[in-house]
Design a protein around this ligand. Structure first.
Ligand code: MG
Length: 159
């Protein structure tokens, strides 16, 4: 089996009056993330990692934010759709690894639920989905609490 790897990255600014949704989990926080969809940066980064590994484009190409169809979209559903497309192209998803960078809130209480949601969306066991969270140690815009950055890597087998 040939192995392939993809990298995904996403960032969203914090905004008032929005829910904070990461990995399909609604997180207790005074501010959410700005975005056309539900702004789930974890789901978006994993989508781009999967599409990258399959060389099948990127999230903006598949779900353009100029299309009202994706307004407030549930990004976990978009991730399910990407899993469908990637597996339809004869790839097997092997594992996903994610790092979330944000000064706040503390994500530790939510990590397990996020892993379970992402694992379910891509039809993997939870043990094949890693999600880690860290702060940016006060550095830069993320360090000042202006938003969230997410990095993801996915590995595929096949074709
Ligand atoms: Mg995004």
């Amino acid at each position: 089996m040939r192995q392939r790897f993809g990298i995904g990255y996403d960032s969203h600014r914090f905004a008032e009056g929005r829910p904070l949704i990461l990995g399909g989990v609604t997180i207790e926080h005074p501010r959410g993330l700005a975005g056309h969809s539900d702004a789930d940066a974890v789901a978006h980064a994993v989508i781009d990692a999967l599409l990258g590994a399959a060389a099948m484009g990127d999230i903006g190409h598949l779900f353009p934010d100029t299309d009202d169809k994706w307004e407030d979209a549930d990004s976990i559903k978009l991730l399910q759709e990407v899993r469908r497309r990637v597996t339809a192209a004869s790839y097997t998803i092997v594992n996903v690894d994610v790092t979330v960078v944000t000064e706040e809130p503390k994500l530790a209480p939510y990590i397990q639920a996020m892993r379970e949601n992402v694992a379910r969306a891509v039809a993997l066991p939870v043990g094949a989905v890693s999600i880690k969270a860290k702060t940016n140690e006060g550095l830069g815009a993320v360090g000042k609490g202006e938003g969230v950055q997410v990095f993801a890597v996915a590995s595929l087998g096949g074709a």
